[in-house]
Design a binder for this molecule. Structure first.
Ligand SMILES: [Zn+2]
Length: 122
């Protein structure tokens, strides 16, 4: 599923590229203003590297979070698909949120504790 391995580690999304560009411009302006080309340019390169790494870390974490949310939502959809509206044993109303999940494909009725299983698909 959406797991394409086109990794562009060193390329940031456009808004972040603009921020990086702004950092460079500001840094260069400062260096020119202070006439501090050496070693000012090294400091600027270091700062740019640090912000790049920070942005990358931040973006990676965001992506991981999004993926885990996606996984959770998918699991919930799969569960909702087979879970009956009412318990076949006691007739109590069931929902993904109220039953007690014992595994991705089994759950316990919250009223009579009957074990509900995902029917095997032919
Ligand atoms: Zn029940």
């Amino acid at each position: 599923m959406g797991d394409n391995q086109t990794r562009e580690e060193d390329k940031l999304p456009l808004p972040w590229q603009r921020i990086q560009g702004a950092i460079w411009l500001l840094g260069l302006a400062l260096i020119a203003w202070q006439d501090w080309w050496w070693p000012g340019i090294l400091v600027l390169v270091a700062i740019s590297g640090l912000t790049q790494a920070g942005i990358q870390l931040y973006l990676n974490r965001q992506q991981e979070q999004r993926q885990s949310v996606d996984r959770g939502a998918q699991l919930e959809r799969e569960r909702a698909e087979w879970l009956p509206d009412v318990c076949p044993k006691c007739g109590g109303p069931l929902s993904v949120a109220t039953v007690k999940w014992t595994s991705p494909t089994t759950a316990d009725c919250p009223y009579c504790k009957a074990n509900l299983k995902r029917p095997d698909r032919a």
